[in-house]
Design a binder for this molecule. Structure first.
Ligand SMILES: *Cc1c(COP(=O)(O)O)cnc(C)c1O
Length: 352
């Protein structure tokens, strides 16, 4: 008879220990603050909204990707790699963070980018170029159809040039990158303990799922009663529930096959709007409202869309029985600038 070891029965009733963190570099400004948004909370009349300020992990390095890269780049260095290959949209925050860190560590970065070559490099792409990353542009269609091939191609090209490549998947979301948000969950847990807060829900934007996966795993160990909700900014809840669960299972098998508690993956896909990097006027209005009410800067691709989702849920009374909710601000400020024509219009009516 086979003995079922995963997940162990007791783990559903008792907290299990997180395995020790694997080797990682210290690159981000940590811990990031946990801040109350008193006016936004009051105007909504719902629970108190706390923001975990992961937009403050750095200046040009703002955002969530650096937490994952602390683990991935330790692995790259351990393998003696000297060039990082990664991928994303032309305005990818992840590619920008990778390009900057590569330059800081004396490595090269090669970026596989989805989208047309813009006439002038702006925002994240401008920072990629300043940090000396080499870039290759592909149409959305080609990128979607051939991404694994493109990685293999560039790996070959760079190897033939005598370099040692290290490939990082979309958003840095693999089992290694996931550790960054397991560690972030631990950090947030300690801050909540210090403030004596017991939020029942933690919300983040979900683009490749690594942030949601790490938080779900970390909280599953430390605060199993907390719901971690990923607000999808592109694909469906079905897609992310299965991707995030799969990443969690791979992580569990690799690092803690006997001790990983069973977790519930929750994705909300009601606020994607027209599609990835496409936002409606509602989202722009939420971004304007957060800016003028609290000095909180959100972007239309990730944090603005996800925060707009949280605001709608609060307005609909979904969280009215709760005292506190936490929103993880995952950065992305440079993603604002390509929307200057939509956001800069003085005639926009305030609908909130
Ligand atoms: C990448 C990104 C996200 C999404 O994080 P994932 O771990 O890829 O799901 C959210 N916000 C910002 C600003 C990002 O750059």
């Amino acid at each position: 008879m086979a003995i079922q070891l995963y997940p162990p029965l007791f783990s559903r009733y008792f907290l299990t220990m997180l395995p020790p963190l694997p080797p990682h570099l210290s690159l981000a400004q940590l811990p990031t603050p946990l801040q109350l948004m008193p006016r936004l909370s009051r105007e909504l009349g719902g629970p108190r909204i706390w923001i975990k300020r992961d937009d403050l992990t750095g200046t040009a390095l703002t955002g969530n990707k650096i937490r994952k890269l602390e683990y991935l780049l330790a692995d790259a260095q351990q393998q003696d790699a000297n060039v990082l290959i990664t991928c994303g949209g032309v305005q990818s925050n992840h590619c920008r963070a990778t390009a900057i860190l590569a330059a800081q560590l004396g490595l090269k970065a090669h970026l596989i980018l989805r989208g047309a070559t813009p006439p002038v490099a702006d925002a994240n792409l401008l920072l990629d170029q300043l940090c000396g990353a080499s870039v290759a542009f592909y149409t959305a269609r080609e990128y979607q159809a051939r991404l694994p091939e493109l990685f293999a191609h560039w790996r070959e090209v760079l190897t033939a040039q005598g370099m040692k490549p290290y490939a990082i998947p979309t958003g840095g979301s693999n089992t290694m990158g996931l550790w960054g948000y397991v560690q972030a969950a631990q950090e947030l847990h300690e801050q909540l303990q210090t403030l004596n807060l017991n939020p029942q829900v933690i919300v983040c934007a979900t683009g490749s799922g690594g942030t949601q996966a790490g938080l779900t795993l970390g909280m599953g160990h430390l605060r199993p009663q907390v719901e971690v909700v990923g607000m999808a900014v592109c694909d469906s809840a079905e897609y992310f529930n299965s991707k995030v669960q799969n990443d969690i299972d791979l992580w569990a098998n690799q690092y803690s096959p006997l001790e990983t508690p069973r977790v519930t993956v929750r994705t909300n896909d009601s606020y994607i709007g027209p599609g990835y990097a496409l936002a409606t006027e509602d989202v722009f209005n939420t971004i304007r409202w957060a800016g003028r009410t609290e000095g909180l800067i959100l972007d239309p691709v990730y944090t603005g869309k996800a925060f707009h989702g949280l605001v709608q849920e609060i307005r609909q009374g979904r969280y009215k029985h709760m005292d506190d909710v936490v929103f993880v601000h995952t950065g992305g400020i440079f993603g604002l600038f390509p929307y200057r024509s939509e956001l800069g219009q003085a005639s926009a009516v305030d609908q909130l």
